[in-house]
Design a protein. Structure first.
Length: 99
């Protein structure tokens, strides 16, 4: 499977609350970040949790978020970030505007 997103690509995390075993933290859903690295292809853990094969494999990304964009009351330095590993099916392309 070829990765849909390249390192440095802006992405949005899907907003969703599907039932079942979900590996995407709720606090990161609907947020925008940047692909920091492509971790590889792995069987889908959301499917493996139910005893299924986890196929087709999914690309796993490490996505970097600015902490103040995640937690509005964050009091640390403005450049602080948090990295979250997310599977491709949770990501959508994002368009960033220059400020």
């Amino acid at each position: 499977m070829r990765p849909r997103f390249a390192v440095g690509a802006p992405v949005n995390v899907r907003r969703g609350n599907p039932p079942g075993h979900i590996r995407t933290p709720y606090y990161i859903r609907g947020k925008s970040g940047t692909v920091e690295r492509i971790c590889g292809e792995f069987r889908n853990p959301e499917e493996l949790a139910y005893g299924r094969s986890g196929e087709p494999k999914q690309v796993l990304y490490r996505v970097r978020f600015v902490q103040k964009d995640i937690w509005p009351d964050y009091r640390g330095p403005a450049k602080d970030t948090i990295d979250v590993e997310l599977y491709e099916h949770w990501l959508e392309p994002a368009v960033r505007t220059q400020s």
